[in-house]
Design a protein around this ligand. Structure first.
Ligand code: SAM
Length: 288
């Protein structure tokens, strides 16, 4: 019997991936084929072809991005900060090994350099080969790949950036430190005086503790802070949060102008994504 790749099981002859890193919620995806599998020094990397979401990147058994909905997250984590900054030239992406956010940043003519700092080159290789719907060809000459720990890079870089995007996996394994105050302090130092950062801050439904801790930590460092949301179908709970920390006052949403080619983001979405559900507004207010 051919060995089943890790995290997959066979039920009545069908292949299934079950995300079982959560105690009380298990999400399962029926899988057509295993397109890529490799154990890297950091994590177990797979690209699986799923029936409902097409090819998907799976790290240590957890779905990271899919060809069906990856553009929602990648457009929203990139275009919100990049439109809030008047003329972004230097962009730093921490994580983002699926290259989706980097491709979105490359849509800005003002951008001269995109430093993509991904700890695991296997992720980039797998996505470029097997997840082109998300990674594109990611061959824009402005994208400079650095296969190092984002914590180390941020602490040691002498570069100054206009926008920093922390496109991390969940706060486990190598990504755990990307949610720590020390890392955010390094990012603060790496930002120009009018710079801003954004990070994915987990689910307002299922991960309120991490979300609030992230919101608080960024608020302790940055004079201006905002949260916005988007719905990403393959993320547990659907609704997902993003937290911005900015060194300068952010323009009012109605002043946001957007005309890039995108499948989910548009000018109205980028303006209205800051409108938060009442429970979330009250939660943020309770801890501000
Ligand atoms: N856009 C999807 C999402 O929101 O989940 C995927 C994010 S991307 C795949 C997350 C990346 O962060 C992974 O490729 C992982 O290898 C990388 N990563 C985790 N810890 C890291 C660290 N300390 N430094 C740099 N990259 C890291």
């Amino acid at each position: 019997m051919k060995r089943l790749p890790g995290y997959l099981n066979r039920i009545e002859g069908e292949l299934w991936l079950t995300e079982d890193e959560r105690e009380n919620l298990k999400l399962s995806y029926r899988i057509k084929d295993v397109l890529f599998e490799e154990k890297s020094p950091f994590q177990h990397v797979m690209v699986l072809d799923s029936y409902d979401f097409g090819p998907m990147l799976v790290l240590d058994g957890v779905v990271q991005t899919t060809s069906m909905d990856g553009h929602i997250y990648n457009e929203m984590i990139a275009h919100v900060p990049l439109t809030l900054h008047p003329a972004p030239q230097k962009v730093l992406i921490i994580g983002g090994g699926d290259c989706g956010a980097a491709n979105e940043a490359a849509k800005y003519d003002t951008v001269e350099a995109i430093d993509l700092v991904e700890i695991d080159e296997v992720v980039v290789r797998a996505c470029k080969s097997w997840l082109p719907e998300v990674s594109g060809n990611a061959s824009d000459p402005r994208i400079r790949y650095h296969y190092v720990d984002g914590v180390k890079f941020a602490a040691e870089t002498r570069e100054k950036y206009d926008v920093v995007i922390v496109d991390s996996s969940d706060p486990v394994g190598p990504a755990r430190q990307l949610f720590e105050s020390e890392f955010y302090r390094s990012l603060f130092k790496a930002l120009n005086d009018d710079g801003l950062m954004v990070c994915q801050s987990q689910s307002p439904i299922l991960h309120q503790d991490v979300m609030m801790q992230t919101y608080q930590r960024i608020g302790e460092l940055f004079p201006y802070r905002k949260m916005y949301t988007a719905v990403v179908p393959t993320y547990p709970g659907g609704l997902w949060s993003f937290t911005i920390g900015s060194k300068r006052r952010l323009p009012e949403p109605e002043h946001i102008r957007f005309s890039k080619k995108a499948r989910y983001a548009n000018e109205e979405i980028l303006r209205r994504c800051f409108a938060l559900p009442t429970f979330l507004e009250e939660l943020l207010a309770s801890r501000s």
